[in-house]
Design a protein around this ligand. Structure first.
Ligand code: PLP
Length: 336
């Protein structure tokens, strides 16, 4: 029996959608990561019960950290963006986690920069707070080891292709690292929105809104570029089509990054007849009812969508591009 709700929420389901397509479905993905990260900080004496943990989040990490703090008797302070919705705000308030919402800002780069600046101001006032640095501190990898251990026996032997959206890079990076420890044939496919600098697509803008949680306008230390075999850049519209098809065909109600991952996973499945393809569903569809599911009539048939295969980033184009990354090192991030 679980000893806290966070353990139940953090544990993913493995759902076989067909003979070679598997969905790793989380209610809220980062709970498993935040729980293990906080546990590690306590075990190593970096923080003590009752201390305040601080971070910035545009969504699911705020909830994950608040749950982990509740579980371990810590205080929690979040600098959030306006994408933190009412449901989450209300829960955080009841938990006693404090949330600062930054003023609305259309420019993602400015939004991220302002949140980091605010963190530094808070740390100057409260040097005793611990900044979690979910985008840079690889303690956020630890919790995914247990997930990799569940995947291993469930998918059997043979080649495995893992597909997931890359935000901080912790979930895809960690699962690939742990699965590769005793299984050589694990390919990693990262999914990005256009406009993200993480794999060098900052020059291609998506006129629709960005896909929450994936991509970035600043480099992140937790992205292990050399782990990725393949990259897909997927537009909002194509991701919407993927999300709607996933619900219609398989009854999985998930978010937009999942729709993008599902699209990429279907493509990879079709071109590698021997492999099992597992894609990550990071959150449920509830936050996307208005922006995605109410627009289901706009969804293009997924079989009509084909990625443009590119060999360098200058060729990237909407709505969908695919590139062999071949475990290249990528840019060394100049983060602080
Ligand atoms: C909805 C959603 N999908 C995918 C991701 C990517 O996860 P990671 O930060 O582990 O790369 C995030 C991260 O915030 C997210 O919120």
């Amino acid at each position: 029996m679980d000893q806290h709700i966070a353990e139940a929420i953090g544990r993913p389901d493995l759902i076989r959608l067909d003979d070679r397509l598997v969905c790793l479905r989380f209610e809220t993905m980062k709970v498993v990561s935040a729980l293990a990260a906080v546990r590690h900080l306590l075990d190593t004496g970096v923080v003590r019960p009752g201390d305040t943990l601080l971070d910035s989040s545009s969504g699911i990490y705020a909830y994950a950290l608040a749950l982990a703090c509740h579980r371990h008797g810590m205080r929690c302070h979040i600098v959030g963006s306006t994408t933190v919705d009412r449901t989450l705000c209300a829960q955080l308030a009841v938990f006693g986690a404090t949330l600062e919402r930054m003023e609305p800002c259309d420019d993602l780069k400015l939004d991220q920069k302002r949140r980091v600046e605010r963190i530094h101001e808070i740390l100057a006032e409260h040097p005793e707070y611990h900044w979690m640095r979910q985008y840079h501190d690889d303690i956020h990898y630890l919790g995914y080891r247990a997930v990799a251990e569940r995947i291993r026996p469930a998918v059997g032997g043979g080649g495995l292709t893992l597909v997931g959206g890359v935000g901080s890079g912790a979930s895809t990076g960690a699962l690939a690292r742990y699965l590769r420890e005793d299984r050589a044939d694990v390919e990693l496919v990262g999914v990005q929105p256009f406009g993200s600098v993480t794999f060098g697509a900052g020059h291609v803008a998506d006129p629709e809104i960005i896909i929450a949680g994936i991509g970035s306008s600043i480099p992140f230390g937790n992205v292990s570029h050399a782990s990725y075999d393949t990259l897909h850049w997927i537009s909002f519209d194509a991701a919407l089509s993927g999300s709607v098809d996933l619900l219609r065909r398989h009854a999985v109600f998930a978010g937009l990054s999942t729709g993008a991952g599902y699209l990429a996973a279907r493509w990879e499945r079709a071109r590698a007849p021997e492999r099992t393809v597992l894609f990550i569903a990071a959150d449920t569809g509830h936050r996307y009812v208005d922006s995605v599911y109410a627009r289901h009539h706009e969804a293009a048939p997924v079989d009509s969508l084909i990625p443009r295969q590119v060999t360098n980033r200058a060729e990237l184009a909407l709505p969908w591009s695919r590139m062999d990354w071949n475990r290249a090192l990528g840019e060394v991030p100049p983060y602080a």
